[in-house]
Design a protein around this ligand. Structure first.
Ligand code: ADP
Ligand code: ASP
Ligand code: MG
Length: 406
């Protein structure tokens, strides 16, 4: 008999029939003799709908009120899931994040989990109940509801698996597992049997939304092995775990694309110490999360500084930078929000050379221009025009031999 944490994402609890399907799957797991903690997301689309409604009322909503609002989505599905279990005679109880003892820091809309007190959950499990926990939410020290950032139910599941010392953690979604690329865009993508934490983390943070990147970071830190599976079939999924030596044999494990990027170009910046520091401090104060950065000496004198960030952040950058440049003695800002970034990821890159050359050639052969380049030990990222993002995605997938054999 094992203790299993299962997480069902938005599509898996998207309507009444799907919630009943989740109840049947829980019944099956219980009949195999296991006990369960189940984390559920809001119905798919509900969180987006709530955000849109908030913004229609106030374009800059207070973040405390935002979390108060967003927590509603998951509160609906936990109660309905518990009711679906009661209807088939399974004892179950639903908990909000606060009731489940999930304590976070103070940062509304992207709070970090500080601590979980699993006592109430363990007591219910002992009494034979299935415990249903609302994903994506917690409570801070002041008793306020917080949320954990978009896709945060993954984090709830992984953190709970660590807190209750679960034997297994299963993330149920609407695809069979983690693929070499998003199977909805790259039809030839293949399911991976396993992937290392570091590769999953890079893919997630570069735009592959199958797992929230912070949840993978947490899993790595606490050694939570988890499996990504489909809630619509019983196929084996993808195991995400610590790297093992044979994983390096594959050069590129997967490809990710993020189409919500912008590029900000500062030209004619005075070439002096602390200029870059002043700029990036101001951007940090304005909560602009900078990604790739390129600086070079301009032929007109001064330097040109280009960086990428999420599309939403670019407006903030353009708002704060003119005053900073004035203080520094010159420079102009322009932003381009038609950018996508494409990343190829694999732990094999540490031991294989020529990956960048292969990628750049494949893109060049399709006439795709590379605007910026960034690298890490196990990743190469390029910024390209959004219009060519899907073509670049497929070309990278093909050139590294990831296409499914037909
Ligand atoms: P959930 O609501 O269950 O959390 P998400 O929509 O957040 O599900 O994530 C699942 C989606 O992630 C899939 O439907 C798929 O389109 C997308 N996705 C992106 N990259 C990948 C990938 N490499 N492997 C599998 N799915 C991916
Ligand atoms: N409902 C939240 C979101 O849409 C959390 C989640 O689905 O994981 O971001
Ligand atoms: Mg998700």
């Amino acid at each position: 008999m094992a203790l299993i944490v299962q997480k069902y994402g938005g599509t898996s609890v998207g309507d009444v029939d799907r919630i009943k399907n989740v109840a049947q799957r829980i019944l099956k797991t219980r009949s195999e003799g296991h006990s369960l903690v189940v984390v559920v997301s809001a119905r798919s689309g509900v969180t987006n709908e709530l955000i849109a409604r908030a913004k229609a009322i106030n374009p800059n909503p207070d973040t405390r009120e935002m979390d108060m609002l967003l927590a509603v989505g998951e509160q609906e599905t936990i109660a309905l899931t518990a009711m679906a279990l009661h209807a088939i005679n399974i004892p179950a109880v639903s908990y909000t994040g606060a009731q489940a003892g999930i304590f976070t820091d103070q940062v509304f809309t992207k709070a970090k989990i500080k601590q979980i007190n699993p006592k109430p959950i363990l007591k219910d499990l002992k009494e034979g109940k299935v415990v249903i926990v609302a994903g994506f939410q917690g409570i801070n020290d002041e008793g306020q509801i917080t949320t954990l950032g978009r896709g945060g139910s993954d984090l709830t599941a992984i953190a709970l698996a660590a807190a209750v010392k679960a034997d297994k953690c299963e993330i149920y979604t609407d695809v069979d597992g983690v693929y070499t690329a998003d199977p909805r865009i790259v039809k030839t993508a293949q399911k991976l049997n396993e992937i290392s934490y570091d590769e999953m983390l890079e893919l997630a943070s570069q735009g592959s939304k199958v797992m929230q990147s912070r949840s993978v970071e947490f899993a790595k830190k606490y050694g939570v092995v988890f499996e990504v599976r489909s809630s619509f079939n019983f196929n084996p999924g993808t195991i995400v775990k610590e790297e093992v030596a044979y994983m390096e044999k594959v050069v590129v494990r997967g490809v990710a694309v993020d189409k919500d990027q912008a590029k900000v170009v500062i030209s004619g910046l005075p070439d002096k110490p602390l200029a870059a520091a002043t700029i990036f401090n101001a951007l940090a104060d304005a909560a602009v999360n900078v990604d790739m950065i390129v600086q070079n000496v301009a032929h007109t004198g001064g330097v040109d500084l280009t960086f990428t960030c999420q599309r939403d952040d670019a407006q903030n950058a353009v708002r704060v930078l003119p005053a900073v440049l004035k203080k520094l003695g010159g420079g102009e800002v322009a932003s381009f929000d038609n950018i996508a970034k494409l990343s190829v990821v694999g732990v094999g890159m540490r031991t294989h050379s020529g990956v960048a050359a292969t990628l750049f050639t494949a893109l060049g052969d399709k006439g795709i221009n590379i605007q910026l380049i960034g690298t890490s030990e196990i990743k190469i990222t390029v910024a390209v025009d959004r219009a060519s993002a899907d073509e670049a995605y497929r070309a990278a997938h093909t050139v590294f031999g990831l296409d499914k054999k037909s």
